[in-house]
Design a protein around this ligand. Structure first.
Ligand code: SF4
Length: 540
């Protein structure tokens, strides 16, 4: 069993020129139009590394081998505070490692430096807080095989390593990250791949960890190639902070290797504009030039980026570097992150300060990753002020309040003729509120709801017939399944509004007052989603 260890990562021999490129770039990366950033200079280095030759400083292996992790090493470049000394001296602290490059961005005299706060522990990091958990997103609970998290219907998270180039103090996966003994083996990768081969509902795989870009390049390439052999995997995404901690890792050989595996997307993790250095800009340009769409995921962190002005500067710098702000995360309820947490109201204030005030393209989706494992929940300011049949009252970012008049003759079933040929995707048990709206179910009940409401009573003549509670026209066992499809033919229902007219199963048109219907049989669709025997056209 090949254990992918930190040692292997650090001792990786120099990358040979890539001989195995399956799909060559139409234009070699080296001859692509240079970006404006390629002309930029390097960030100045602290005196400690002033004599290190460029060929070493710009070598990612040298950077990894010379990471700083002890109080003594870090005190050579930072005037540490008493609380930082307490944090660095703690026995049971989350792993500390900082690349010399990232350490060179730290202001040695400012304890509030946003770079410094992300990687230097404080004594209070060890304080417990209400709601704190080790695995606050319950990832290990949603894991069918080690390292593979399957929470959403059509996509998975594949954890490849527990190693990172440097370690963020607020890390969501601090339960395993940094621990080389907890990392994933070749056997684990095989189990993950086997699960994916046998799970055709998965079309999107996110590689994460730890940081997949710290893996031995051949290992990463092998995993990417194995994923590409699985026909139903449409896209591969990589989540990484290596370009931020170790921009020299993004070599042209490396981006050429990645280029073989398109469609490949990448999310980087930048929290503060100070992280966007000339070196990072060059790395991002190489990735973007290799055709990799770039997104950014940042975490809202108290005292680091919980400010509209800082967030605006960050997103503007991101889009200038061809990186789309993707998510702004509320800091998780994870051990070690208590002092980084803000209120959710602060996140709403940040989005209020961005939406309308700058390009929509530069605005991330603010999300709370549901404690306990419910996935990302978007949160935003309230823009809809009120609603009545036919009218929606909205406000914009300036406080301008307006009315959107809805169409009186909108027929939501006009699309049925095209919709029936569009592929459906099965989401067994995960349809959620969308299932309610589409008529696949009528209610979502908390666990134990039916048992609780039976009050321990016995079955009797009034409560034993389940058919009593089967809603007509809703769900798989609907009697309407066997009826032809009614199509709405006429206009309004008296007051001109049909908003509550359709009964939710998506096929039988409006049932409001005054409607007449013409019945049409829904033909079998060529892709087999014809509704027969599987509910109202939604195969499960
Ligand atoms: S780079 Fe990501 S996985 Fe690694 S320590 Fe930071 S947040 Fe955690």
């Amino acid at each position: 069993m090949l254990q992918v260890t930190e040692t292997e990562t650090l001792s990786e021999p120099p990358e040979p020129p890539d001989q195995r490129v399956r799909q060559t770039l139409s234009t070699p990366l080296s001859t692509l139009e240079p970006t404006r950033h390629s002309q930029l200079k390097q960030t100045p280095r602290p005196a400690l590394w002033a004599d290190i030759p460029d060929e070493k400083w710009l070598d990612w292996r040298w950077q990894l081998a010379h990471r700083l992790n002890t109080l003594e090493e870090l005190s050579q470049i930072i005037h540490l505070t008493a609380e930082e000394i307490e944090g660095l001296s703690a026995e049971d602290k989350f792993r500390v490692d900082v690349t010399p490059y990232f350490a060179s961005l730290i202001d040695p005299d400012d304890p509030h430096c946003p770079i410094r706060r992300q990687v230097i522990p404080l004594g209070r990091e060890l304080q417990a807080f209400e709601g704190m958990m080790e695995d606050s997103l319950a990832e290990d609970k949603h894991s069918p095989v080690p390292g593979l998290v399957h929470r959403y219907p059509d996509r998975v998270l594949m954890l490849l390593t527990t190693q990172c180039a440097s370690y963020c103090r607020y890390c969501t996966r601090s339960r395993i990250v940094g621990d080389s003994h907890a990392t994933f083996s070749k056997t684990d990768f095989e189990m993950q791949l086997e699960y994916l081969r046998n799970t055709p509902q998965v079309r999107d795989v996110l590689l994460s960890g730890g940081d997949p870009l710290t893996l031995a390049p051949k290992t990463l390439e092998h995993i990417l190639a194995s994923l590409r052999e699985i026909e139903h995997i449409e896209i591969i995404r990589i989540g990484t902070r290596v370009p931020i901690f170790l921009p020299m890792r993004v070599t042209e050989e490396f981006t050429a290797m990645l280029h073989q595996f398109h469609p490949l997307w990448m999310n980087v993790h930048i929290n503060h504009p100070k992280e966007i250095t000339p070196e990072l800009s060059q790395a991002l340009a190489k990735l973007a030039d290799a055709g990799i769409p770039l997104g950014n995921q940042s975490v809202l962190l108290a005292g680091i980026n919980d400010s509209v002005n800082i967030q605006r500067e960050l997103v503007h710098k991101l889009v200038r570097n061809r990186v789309r702000p993707y998510y702004l995360y509320q800091c998780d309820l994870v051990k070690g992150a208590g002092h980084f947490r803000t209120t959710v109201a602060k996140g709403v204030e940040v989005i209020e300060g961005l939406r309308g005030h700058t390009s929509g393209y530069a605005i991330p989706t603010y999300v709370v990753d549901a404690p306990g494992g419910g996935g990302k929940i978007p949160v935003m300011p309230q823009y809809m002020i009120s609603q009545a049949p036919g009218k929606v009252v909205l406000r914009n970012y300036e406080g301008y309040i307006t009315t959107y008049v809805e169409p009186e003759d909108y027929d939501p079933h006009m699309i049925d003729h095209l919709d029936r040929f569009a592929p459906e995707r099965s989401e067994p048990g995960q349809g959620g509120v969308s299932d309610l709206l589409e008529g696949r179910s009528l209610a979502i009940k908390p666990e134990g709801f039916d048992t609780l409401h039976s009050r321990g009573g016995a079955q009797h003549r009034l409560n034993s017939d389940e058919a009593k509670w089967k809603p007509y026209g809703v769900g798989e066992e609907s009697p309407l399944l066997h009826l032809p499809i009614p199509i709405q033919r006429e206009a309004s229902n008296g007051n001109g509004h049909n908003g509550n007219g359709h009964n939710g199963n998506g096929h039988n048109g409006h049932n409001g007052n005054g409607h007449t219907t013409a019945l049409l049989h829904k033909p079998d669709s060529p892709n087999g989603h014809n509704g027969n025997g599987s509910g109202n056209g939604h195969h499960e």
